[in-house]
Design a protein around this ligand. Structure first.
Ligand code: SF4
Length: 335
C-alpha cells in the first residue's frame, strides 16, 4: 500500500483531505505542526488526536522552534494583516513535510488547501508559488481543489484517481460541510488562522520586535500568554490570567527573568523581562496584586525572585489608569 502524508490541523478541510486519500486506498499519516507558542509547554493534543483516531490514521506531531523564529524575524514574503507570515510559514512547513515524506518513503504529500479560501496564502497563484518555492513542484496534492489545478505527478502516475478528488474553490464551506455530514467526519470548528492572525498578538509582536529585535524563543512563546505591560524600553511584565497560564509561565521562567508572585495568597504569576528600576518593580508587584483575590485589601506582600535572590514588596493594588497606561494593546497602536 502506498504511503501518503496529509498536513493536518483537525479542521474540516484537512479531515476531508485525509478521508479522500484513505478512500483511494492510501496508507495515510496525518502530520500536525505545532507553533512555537505551544511546543514544550504542555499543550495537549487530545482533540486533534481524536480526529485522527476517528479517521483511523496515525498522527505525527512536529513542534516548531528556533527555525520558526529565523523565519518570522524576516519573512521574505512579509506579513498578512497582523503578525502572520503565512506564505513563508507554509513554505517552511512544506519543506519540512517534504523531508518527512522522503524519510517515510511516502509517495504523496497533500494539504487541505482550497483555492481562494484565504486572502493571502490560498490564491491560486500563491498555491503554485508556495509549491515551487518549497521544492515540491508537481508533487503537492490538494485533494479538495485538485480538479481546478494542474495534475500532479501522483495523479499522472495513477496512484491517485483525479476523478475521485474534488474541485472546490472559495470561502464558503457548504460543499465541505455536506461531505463531512455524508461520511460522518468529526472536525474542529473553522478558525480564521493561528494566533498570529490575532490583532492583539500582532500588537505584542510589534512591541517585541521594536524593543528586542533579537527576541528569544521564550520571548516569542510568551506572546501567547497573560496580560502584557511595557513600562519602559528596558522592561515589560507579563501577568498570567489563570492557573493554566501560571503553569506555562512557571515552565518558561529562566535565569535572568524576574518571577513575581504573592506571598500569602494564591494568585497570578508574573514574569518580568529586562532591567527594571525600583518604580517598575513596584508597578509589577502592584499589578500582580490587582489581578489577585487580594485586590481589595489595603496591602499585600509580593515576592520578586531573580537568579536565586528574593526581594519583598508591600504594595497596594495598581489602579486602572496605571494599567491602561502601560498595557500593550492594539488600541494604543491605533491612537
Ligand atoms: S495562519 Fe499562522 S500557522 Fe497558518 S500559515 Fe499563517 S502564520 Fe502559519
Amino acid at each position: 500500500m502506498k504511503k501518503a502524508i496529509v498536513m493536518f490541523s483537525g479542521g474540516l478541510d484537512s479531515v476531508i483531505a485525509v478521508h479522500l486519500l484513505k478512500e483511494q486506498g492510501l496508507d495515510v499519516t496525518a502530520l500536525h505542526f505545532v507553533l512555537p507558542f505551544y511546543s514544550k509547554v504542555g499543550k495537549n493534543f487530545y482533540q486533534i488526536e481524536s480526529y485522527a483516531l476517528d479517521l483511523g490514521v496515525p498522527l505525527r506531531i512536529e513542534e516548531e522552534g528556533e527555525e520558526f523564529l529565523d523565519m518570522i524575524r524576516n519573512p521574505k514574503f512579509g506579513f498578512g494583516k497582523n503578525a502572520n507570515p503565512c506564505v513563508d510559514c507554509r513554505i517552511n512547513r512544506l519543506i519540512k513535510a517534504g523531508q518527512i515524506m522522503e524519510e517515510m518513503g511516502a509517495a504523496c504529500l497533500a494539504t487541505g488547501e482550497v483555492v481562494g479560501q484565504r486572502p493571502m496564502s490560498q490564491k491560486m497563484s500563491c498555491l503554485y508559488k508556495v509549491e515551487n518555492l518549497s521544492g515540491l513542484k508537481g508533487k503537492l496534492l490538494r485533494p479538495l481543489s485538485a480538479k481546478l489545478l494542474e495534475p500532479t505527478e501522483i495523479e499522472l502516475s495513477g496512484i491517485v484517481d483525479r476523478e475521485k478528488l474534488l474541485g472546490i474553490s472559495g470561502r464558503t464551506r457548504t460543499v465541505q460541510l455536506a461531505y463531512a455530514k455524508r461520511y460522518g467526519l468529526s472536525h474542529s470548528s473553522p478558525a480564521g488562522g493561528c494566533l498570529l492572525t490575532n490583532i492583539e498578538t500582532g500588537a505584542r509582536f510589534n512591541d517585541l520586535v521594536s524593543y528586542s529585535p533579537q527576541f528569544s524563543l521564550v520571548d516569542f512563546k510568551l506572546l501567547a500568554y497573560g496580560r502584557h505591560f511595557r513600562t519602559s524600553p528596558h522592561y515589560r511584565v507579563i501577568i498570567s490570567r489563570d492557573e493554566e497560564e501560571n503553569n506555562v509561565l512557571e515552565k518558561l521562567y529562566r535565569p535572568g527573568i524576574l518571577r513575581i508572585s504573592l506571598r500569602d495568597t494564591p494568585g497570578p504569576l508574573a514574569l518580568g523581562l529586562g532591567k527594571p528600576d525600583e518604580a517598575e518593580l513596584i508597578f509589577s508587584a502592584s499589578a500582580v496584586m490587582r489581578f489577585s483575590r487580594a485586590r481589595n485589601q489595603d496591602q499585600a506582600t509580593v515576592i520578586i525572585d531573580k537568579d536565586g535572590k528574593s526581594s519583598i514588596f508591600n504594595v497596594g493594588a495598581a489602579d486602572e489608569h496605571e494599567l491602561d497606561k502601560y498595557r500593550i494593546t492594539s488600541k494604543k497602536e491605533r491612537n
